[in-house]
Structures are given as structure tokens and as C-alpha cells.
Ligand binder design. Structure first.
Ligand SMILES: NC(=O)c1ccc[n+]([C@@H]2O[C@H](COP(=O)([O-])OP(=O)(O)OC[C@H]3O[C@@H](n4cnc5c(N)ncnc54)[C@H](OP(=O)(O)O)[C@@H]3O)[C@@H](O)[C@H]2O)c1
Length: 330
């Protein structure tokens, strides 16, 4: 019987996969197959930095398939401050998971990279052929190199042992169960949290930068469906970018307007243009994804505002248990 183990099962993407598996009808395109078991593991099930605990997890669940999402993930500040920690912990986690998948004869492993792994100096749009063609941006040097190694290892495991290992490259992800910690969150959850607090406290909502940069965001539940598609239909060692199209880039201003609307914030909001913007755009191509899905896949990305609305509602309803960074300060 098939057992699908999701590492990082308690995180943003892991919980989106759980939602899809729990809500899509059994036997449907993105649903679980009859008799298939899904395990959503957290670090409490085993610390994947440790080879013995990783092996014990595999011996316990005997996964036939693994979707490997567990990682040390963080925003810009944390990545810059803890480069070695990001490098070493992610290398350990990934090496242990890949090795256990090989020794325990997992039939398929999908790991998760990120568009952060791409070179800093690169021609746009990003595509799957450009991962190793130059050094990554120095701000996420550790994280990016650890993630790149997964692709290197996937090829080596395939060549030496014939393993069916591959990887996905998502763009910026958002959704329920995101990390909303004000000091360490990605742009959407950080702005949602700030806007929510401004509404609660009757204070102005100030957004860093000009609002002009453009980004491609993918809703975690759309990404989850694409992981299920990869599990069923994508058997190629080469990575694949999972993203909305380049024509669906949104500006930080559009993101902010949508957040203001979803939160119901009626106060003043402005941009602090003295703060740095970051790169203006870093578009990634989803051409390969669309080709592989095929013209009749029927797959549709959730419209941005609808997805944002779902995420904001989840955040407000789960404020006490969401990762807000508030509990650790209390
Ligand atoms: N978020 C983004 O915008 C983004 C963009 C591109 C790619 N990605 C990639 O997508 C994947 C999922 O990211 P996410 O945003 O869902 O992350 P997340 O919300 O921060 O969740 C991280 C998950 O990893 C687990 N984990 C961390 N360290 C572990 C360890 N030592 N042993 C076992 N489990 C451990 C956590 O378990 P606990 O809950 O027990 O701590 C949690 O389930 C990652 O590989 C990330 O690099 C994320």
C-alpha cells in the first residue's frame, strides 16, 4: 500500500497539502488514491538534522513516496545573520532525507527548492536551466547553496543508483498557516499582520519601500495541487518551476491594496520611500510547467485577491495560534 510522507507537514506548504488531501474527493485528480495513507510529519516526529531520527521516521512510517518540504526557512534578516546555520542545517536535513529515501527504497522523492537559489547576475526570466550558472545573492548564500545541492544529489542518486528523485522550484508562497512573525515573515504575511495591528490599534499602516516592485506569488493550496500532480505525473530528475505566469506579476502596491481591502482597514496608509525596495522584478517562467501539464489539464490558479482573502480570514480567525512572533515575546 502506498504511504506518502510529507516532511515539514506542519508548515505553510505542508498544511496546504493536508487541506487538499482532506478536501479533494478520493480518487480525483488532486485527491488521495484509494488505500493510500498520507503522513504529515513535524519536527516532533523526528529531527531531520539527525540521521538516526530520520531513519527511525522512515522505519516507522515506511513511506513509498516522500514530499520533502522540511527546511530551515526565514526572511532576509535571518538569512543574512545566520548564513552558516542556514547552510549547515539545510544540508543536514536534505542529506538525511535523500539518503534515507535511498536506503529505505522510497520509490519517489520530491524535494522543494526555491527561486532564491538562482544566480544573482542572471538573464530574466528565470528558468530551470539557470540554477547553477552563477553565485546566488549573498544575502541568502547559505540557504541557496544548501538547496542547490539537492539538485546535484538528485542527479547523482539517479546516475549511481537509479533513484526517482526530483525537485520543485516554487516562487513566493502565501496562504493559511504562513509565518506571520513581524520580524521574520515574508512580504505578504508581514503586511497582513502589520495592517491587522494598525486596524486594531487605530494607527497608520506604513509599508516599507515605494510599492513598485513586482513579484510572482503562488497560493499555497494551488502549489499543493501541483505537488500532487508531480507525485502522479512528473518523473524527471530535472527540477520544475511551479509558478503563476510572468503576466501575473503583482506590484507591492497591488498586494497592499488587496490586504487593506481584505483586512477591512479604513485608516491611513502610506509608503515609506526612504526604505529599500529590493530587486524591481525577478520573473520566473512557468513555460515548462504549462507544457508538462498539457493543454487539457484544466488546472487554474486561484485569482490573487481571492487567495489573499482566504489567507487573511485564516490569519484573523487563528490569530491566537498562528505564528505571529507574539507568543515568544510574552
Ligand atoms: N515560504 C515560501 O515563500 C517559500 C518559497 C519557496 C520555497 N519554499 C520552500 O518550501 C518548503 C516549505 O516551506 P514552508 O514555507 O512551508 O516552511 P515553514 O512554514 O517554515 O515550515 C517548515 C516545516 O519544516 C519543519 N522543520 C523545520 N526544521 C525541521 C527539522 N530539523 N526536522 C524536522 N522538521 C523540520 C517544520 O516543523 P515544525 O512545525 O515542527 O517546526 C515545519 O513543518 C521549504 O523547503 C522552503 O524552503 C518556501
Amino acid at each position: 500500500m502506498a504511504v506518502v510522507l510529507v516532511t515539514g507537514g506542519t508548515g505553510l506548504v505542508g498544511q496546504a497539502l493536508k487541506h487538499v488531501i482532506d478536501t479533494e474527493p478520493e480518487g480525483s485528480k488532486y485527491g488521495k488514491l484509494k488505500g493510500e495513507t498520507w503522513i504529515f510529519a513535524s519536527s516532533a516526529d523526528g529531527d531531520l538534522r539527525d540521521p538516526a531520527q530520520t531513519l527511525a521516521m522512515y522505519e516507522k512510517y515506511k513511506p513509498t513516496h516522500v514530499i520533502h518540504l522540511a527546511a530551515l526557512v526565514g526572511g532576509l534578516f535571518k538569512n543574512m545573520k545566520y548564513k552558516l546555520t542556514f547552510l549547515r542545517e539545510n544540508i543536514l536535513i536534505n542529506d538525511n532525507v535523500l539518503h534515507a529515501s535511498h536506503t529505505q527504497k522510497t520509490t519517489k522523492l520530491i524535494s522543494c527548492l526555491s527561486t532564491c537559489v538562482f544566480p544573482d547576475a542572471v538573464t530574466y526570466p528565470l528558468d530551470e536551466t539557470k540554477i547553477h550558472s552563477g553565485p546566488p545573492h549573498e544575502s541568502n548564500f547559505g540557504y541557496a547553496h544548501a538547496k542547490r545541492m539537492v539538485d546535484v544529489q538528485n542527479h547523482a542518486y539517479k546516475e549511481e543508483f537509479g533513484c526517482n528523485f526530483t525537485s520543485a522550484i516554487p516562487t513566493n508562497i502565501f496562504g493559511p498557516h504562513d509565518n506571520y512573525d513581524l520580524e521574520d515573515a515574508h512580504v505578504i504575511p508581514a503586511l497582513v499582520h502589520k495592517c491587522y495591528l494598525a486596524k486594531q490599534n487605530g494607527t497608520p499602516f506604513i509599508v516599507s519601500g515605494t510599492g513598485k516592485p513586482l513579484r510572482q506569488f503562488i497560493f499555497s493550496r494551488d502549489l499543493a495541487k501541483l505537488f500532487v500532480w508531480m507525485l502522479r505525473d512528473y518523473d524527471d530528475v530535472e527540477p520544475i518551476i511551479l509558478s503563476v505566469g510572468e503576466d501575473e506579476e503583482v506590484s507591492i502596491k497591488q498586494v497592499t491594496d488587496a490586504i487593506v481591502k481584505a483586512v477591512g482597514f479604513k485608516g491611513e496608509y502610506s509608503f515609506d520611500t526612504t526604505r529599500a525596495d529590493g530587486q524591481f522584478r525577478k520573473p520566473a517562467s512557468n513555460k515548462k510547467l504549462l507544457e508538462r501539464l498539457g493543454p487539457n489539464s484544466g488546472f487554474q490558479f486561484t485569482p490573487f485577491e481571492e487567495a489573499l482573502d482566504i489567507s487573511v480570514k485564516w490569519f484573523i480567525e487563528n490569530y491566537d495560534t498562528a505564528r505571529t512572533g507574539m507568543k515568544k515575546k510574552a
